[in-house]
Design a protein around this ligand. Sequence first.
Ligand code: DGJ
Length: 540
Amino acid sequence: MSARTIFSVNGQPFFPLGGQVHNSSAYTASELETGWRALEEIRANTAEIPIYWDLIEPEEGRFDFSVLGKMIESAREHNLKLILLWFGTWKNGTMKYTPSWVKNNPKKFKRVITREGVSTSVLSSHCDTNLEADTKAFRALMEYIKRVDEKEQTVIALQVENEPGIMGGAKRDYSEESEKEFRNLVPEYLIRKVQENSGSIINNVWKENGGKEKGSWEELFGYDAEEFFTAWSIARYIDRIAEGGKKIYDIPMYVNVWLATEWDIPGAGYPSGGAVPKVLDIWKWTAKNIDLIAPDIYARNQKSYYDFCNLYNRNDNPLFIPESSIDESNSLNMFRAIADYNAVGFHIFGIESILDENGSVKSSARSVVNSFKSLSSAIPLILRYQGTSNIHSVIQEEYASEQRINLGKYAGFVRFLQLDPYTHLIDPGAGPLDFHHRDQIREERGRGLLIQTGEREFYLLGGGYRLLLYRKDMLRAPLSVFYSSDFIKSRSIDYLSVEEGFFDADGNWITARKRSGDESDYGVWVHPDVGVVRVVLSEE
Ligand code: DGJ
């Protein structure tokens, strides 16, 4: 599966690149302006914006979409697409955005009850009245979007709920209805799937508990039974909401995940039943109307970040990252997510936070902003080459001064300009680059993408590195002093052209500036403010 099969606009593949607004309080027009400004700064094409259930249905059955209408108009004025986040039954595992007529009537709209019998501020997924009310509101939302937007397609996708699960000191609901279901036999289709997926997390748990063909949740899954059961119940609930919405207007729908790692406690450390790696299979087998399960990846260290990318990038689940941090770490990791884990879209959370009170980019956000700028100039290339072996991430891992990339007849030697991020020792062979960038280019760690589009054609984006292209046949020639220095080797390559530029809306390459002589003799360098660099080599 590639980006083509998930997000599209007017039948054309679309790669959503952008940010999610801070979403915890109702939005004022001036706050929205800051959001648009910040999105413009990262050259976003998409904004993720919440729709609160309590705002659109203040009284049961009376809907008010005026705020959404203005939002859609305003997004169009700013040339942005929208991904709307439905804050219904769940937001971060609680019911914070449900209307007061739901909150004030716990007898009708039932809550999750803890083992001790305490009522929580989480709606129960075992209560049909809850499901009906949420589905009704969601369907009304989809009807409105279809009516005002089917032609323009400003809204390209819906996030159904926000980080669903039980966040309230319970691994599962102990209400009467839930108890009854929990004692039932595990549905046959789930057991069949578990059996078919040998080697999966859930299959291992099942085997550890005796690998029985039939039984209750506890009999089949032991300690994990409560979390598995909750995942199944919530996945089924959300699937029905999505099904209701899709019957009205069929656009991509996904569920986001508050991630957890082993030993985190469900219900306390993260929302129990949310689509964390352990129960991802249950979600995929149950929520058929959900196109994607999308992890919110805030991990800073590269190992955890890549592990999460790997777990959610599956044949049945392309990776989409709806939330990530504005840290420097993410300014590197995002390239890995796109090149090596085929992310079909990428967003950071709390986009307004990149700006200071004067509206300038904060120094702490500069590298992430720069990475976004680079990516935004190359989206047509990403869509065309994603999932192929032509796209390579360039990442200056800790302590790395160089990265080597196999490019067919050529060997790519990536030299990072900042040799050591701690001592700020720089690449001594980096030469003059160009006079605009001599100093600033070494400020940030090397990162970006290298995309090979033909035997002798390459596109580079990102910053903090230079690429030396060597002919492999020359490297393999008998050792000679001549070929041992970068200085000589980088001058021995024949460029037909080295150009700075970008892609227009139709995907055509536009050259902004040509480089030669001093500016290409030391290899091909790139920086976010030059957009993309295209290199074509001559025939040997
Ligand atoms: C994840 C949630 O999905 C967001 O709505 C927001 O609460 C962030 N966490 C805050 O870090």
